[in-house]
Design a binder for this molecule. Structure first.
Ligand SMILES: [Zn+2]
Length: 284
């Protein structure tokens, strides 16, 4: 979050000063109707933060919570927000109101907590309190709806995956295409079509390369896997099962099992790098 980042840098502020600043922001925000975060900050009809305008203690409790929130890392904020959205949706089914979120606050004063717990606010107010943008909200909202981890949370894993792809898979894939696939293909033959006046030469795009007819993309993928120590088999449902080769030829070669890519990645690589290398349509 922006606030968290600036808090780290601006060490010149004491915690008390930060609370004061956050309270001032809340006072200003609470003065008007809720800003519609999904409609250019136009005011909406509700005024969910009205209770904060009159009471310093209320603003203080919310400000403390906001500062705590701002210091969390982004992934934690997302998980917490997803929970709020989920709970809000469940609650909304019961009360049928747009004020479906609890006012976020932190306080040690029991009486104050009891009062603040009763305050329900709308999505716009919650976003304003945390200074959450539309994109962040949407990411968490759709993740909450599908029960998946938010996209940002997966970024780390994705990076690891692409690192492996780049360092271990792609060089061998490139080699396979250059040394094997390209040698099994050639320029598309000139075709003739019969028209009223006689045979007419059809000029194709000259760059088009055609794979030799006995090969298919699937077969080439199998060969790619096979050469790197893996055996591809289709099961009865058409899914591919890939297992390590245990035949004598492979074992005796002493080669290491290489990391291979999935059929989907193989196909994507083909389309991306060799868009003009095509499989001829079966002649009818
Ligand atoms: Zn509102």
């Amino acid at each position: 979050m922006e606030l968290g980042g600036s808090l780290e840098k601006k060490s010149r502020f004491t915690d008390d000063e930060r609370v004061t600043k956050a309270m001032a922001y809340l006072e200003e925000t609470a003065a008007s109707n809720c800003p519609s975060s999904f409609n250019n900050n136009k005011e909406v009809r509700c005024h969910c933060l009205a209770p904060l305008t009159t009471n310093d203690d209320y603003r203080n409790a919310v400000a403390i919570h906001v500062l705590w929130w701002a210091r969390l890392d982004k992934e934690t904020q997302q998980i917490l927000l997803m929970e709020k959205i989920k709970v809000g949706k469940l609650l909304n089914g019961v009360v049928g109101d747009s004020k479906m979120y609890s006012l976020p606050f932190t306080t040690e004063i029991l009486e104050l907590a009891e009062t603040l717990e009763g305050i329900k606010i709308c999505k716009n107010a919650l976003m304003a309190i945390f200074r959450i943008g539309r994109g962040f909200w949407k990411t968490c909202g759709s993740a909450a709806a599908t029960g998946t981890a938010p996209e940002h949370g997966l970024k780390g894993k994705e990076n690891v995956r692409s690192k492996i792809f780049k360092n271990e898979i792609e060089p061998q894939l490139a080699e396979f295409f250059e040394d094997t696939v390209l040698t099994l293909s050639g320029p598309r033959p000139t075709r003739f079509a019969r028209e009223a006046g006689g045979d007419v030469e059809i000029r194709d795009d000259n760059d088009i390369q055609e794979l030799d007819p006995e090969w298919t993309k699937r077969r080439l993928y199998s060969k790619y896997c096979w050469d790197l120590g893996h055996h591809v088999q289709g099961d009865s449902k058409g899914n591919l099962k890939i297992a390590r080769r245990v035949d004598n030829t492979w074992i005796q070669s002493g080669a290491d099992y290489a990391t291979i890519c999935s059929w989907t990645s193989f196909h994507r690589y083909w389309k991306g790098k060799y868009p003009k290398l095509i499989v001829p349509r079966a002649l009818s």
